[in-house]
Every structure is written in C-alpha cells, then in structure tokens.
Design a protein around this ligand. Sequence first.
Ligand code: TXA
Ligand code: MG
Length: 358
Amino acid sequence: MKTKLIRVDAEDLQDEEKSDSAKRALEEAGEIIRKGGLVAFPTETVYGLGGDALNPESSKKIYAAKGRPSDNPLIIHIADMEHLGRITKEVPQSAYQLAAAFWPGPLTMILPKAEEVPCQTTGGLDTVAVRMPSHPVAMEFIKAAGGYVAAPSANLSGKPSPTTAKYVVQDMDGRIDMIIDGDGVDIGLESTIVDLTGDKPMILRPGYITEEMLDRVLGQVEIDQTLFKADSNLHPKAPGMKYRHYAPKGELVLVEGNPEAVVSYINEQTRMRKERGEKTGVIGTSEMAGRYEADSVKIAGSRKDEAAIARQLYTFLREFDDEEVAYMYAESFAGTGMRQAIMNRLLKAAGHKIIKLD
Ligand code: TXA
Ligand code: MG
C-alpha cells in the first residue's frame, strides 16, 4: 500500500489564505475514513491511527496495521458533544461535569457502550472509551471523517507512541492510506483515562489531567494501584496497560535518590558498560547537565518543568533506538501531579527496573 503524506499545520486552519486548502486536505483524509481506510493524525497528546469507529472492518484494519492484540480496545474520538449519545448509553452526570471541565482535551472517559458500537472497536467489552481532542487538526479531521474516529496511538505495538510525524512514518509507512503531518505534539504522553462505570471514578491511566484536577471536579477519585506495581499477577483495569508498551530496544533502568548519588551511580554504570564496548544513554535534567559521562545524554529541561519532560520522553526513547543505545539510565521523577504519568510510562519502558539509592 502506498501511504500518502500530507502536511497540515494547526495555524493553517486559522490563516485566511491557507485555510481553504488545509480544509480540502482534511476533507480528503475524512473521505478515506468514511470509505473504510486508515489515516494517522496529530492530537495534542500523541499521534493517533484513525479508522471509522462504527465500521468493524476499519477496527480490524487498525489492529492489523499496529500488530496489536484485538482484545485491546480502541478510544473513539469525537468532535461534538451531540455525538456522545450515539455511542454510549446512560451517561452519568459525572461525565458531563468532566466534559465541561476538560473537553476538548487530553481526557478519555470509559462509559457504557451503545449497541451501535461494534465489539471489534471495544475489544469485546460492553464499555467504550471516548475522548474529544483539542488539537485543531484532529477536530477538523474528525468532523470530515463523519464524527467517530477510533484511534490508538499510531505506533507499532510495543513501541513508544509517536510525538512527531517522522516516527509515524517510521512505523506506519506502507501500512495505512494517509499520514497527516501536523508537526510536534504539545503534551507528549497519552490522555488520562478515567473509568466512570464503577461505584467511584477510577483513573486507569495517568496523564496530563491529573488526579488532583479530577478530584477538584468530582470529589474522591481513585487510581488503579496496579499501575505502579511490578507484580505480573496483578492485572491493570485498562486492558492495554498490561502490555509492555513504550519499550525501547535497549535496557532502561530508573535511578532514584539524592541527585549527587544518582549522578555517581549512573556514571559508574555507564563507565563499566563503555569499557565493555556497549553504547550508553542517559535521560537527565538540566540541573545535572554536563555531569553525565554516557555516550548519548538527553536533557529534558529543568526538574521543575514536568511538561517539558513529558513532551520529550518518547522522542528520547525513540532516539536511543535510532542511535542503537544498549543501556539507558533515567533520573526518577516520582511524585504527584503529572509526575504520576511520567513515572507510569518510564516504569513501563523500564520493565519496572528501578534502583533506589539513599
Ligand atoms: O492520548 C490518547 O489517548 C491517544 C490519542 C491518539 O488520542 N490514544 C491512545 O490510544 O493512547 P491507545 O489505544 O494507545 O490506548 C488506549 C488505552 C488502552 O490501554 C486500552 O486498553 C484502554 O485505553 N481502553 C480503551 N477502551 C477501554 C475500555 N472500554 N475499558 C478500559 N480500558 C479501555
Ligand atoms: Mg498506545
């Protein structure tokens, strides 16, 4: 299959001269979806791999293109509140409160599914994941596609989610009909998932919308504790969280402790690896920049700038793969707020290998 690559910037949609051709391009992308094809598109979190959510054949194609197990349900992306009713039944008041606070934006809600949503889209579950993204290109594309776009992250199963079109091309060229290049994403980690079908709202995947932010709107919100534990007998509640996602090719270890001890430990390890002729990498912060001795040092910005760390994390992991780095060490970012999301992805990428120094 030949994959068509088009470029549409969010700003083009606002630009008097460029908006017509940008909309025409997205119209063409939408038509591919309506005819049962697949299009990768930018969102504010990561790139998505879209298909018609109401067409079971499209969902099957998504699983095939990603090499993803078909029991792992897809998120349905909408661009209009009116469209929520068709894919859900019994929408609780809490969903409207969260939508008012965080949609469009990086929040996915799990709700009871309507008959019309094919079981291929929800991996056989009777619940459905719904999100309204805020990226202007995503919004316009979803509308052009008929309103209901099922989309997992646009990576091959097991790889970090793509945050630029370059990595979508790397994984999906030849496997899908079109890739919309909308430049780098804003957030860099997948949406927060909150399950509203149980007694209490439960976070199944931490993200940019934090536990504290959800608490403020809903009162008590729980978080799936298996997310932070290494025990393979515990099953996370979001089916996708059980897979070893976000994995770089080399081995990643997180190192937690006081900054001086962390730098010494990492340098000791990288020296030993280098002596054996193995390529090493580090993900660190600007406070410690210049101190690391690894072959490839990625500085995420200040420790205080969580958004910058989140935005670059997957790019760093992909770059390490491109550079064929065999052993990687990352400073730990344990904490509250967005750090929950950063640590959740880092722990998964590291297969839960974490060294705690004191
Ligand atoms: O930010 C995002 O959410 C991105 C962009 C493209 O929107 N999408 C994304 O999709 O991360 P994906 O497929 O990579 O992750 C979806 C997660 C999986 O872990 C899946 O198991 C979970 O959502 N999920 C989907 N439907 C579910 C359901 N009905 N119940 C529980 N978990 C569900
Ligand atoms: Mg994914």
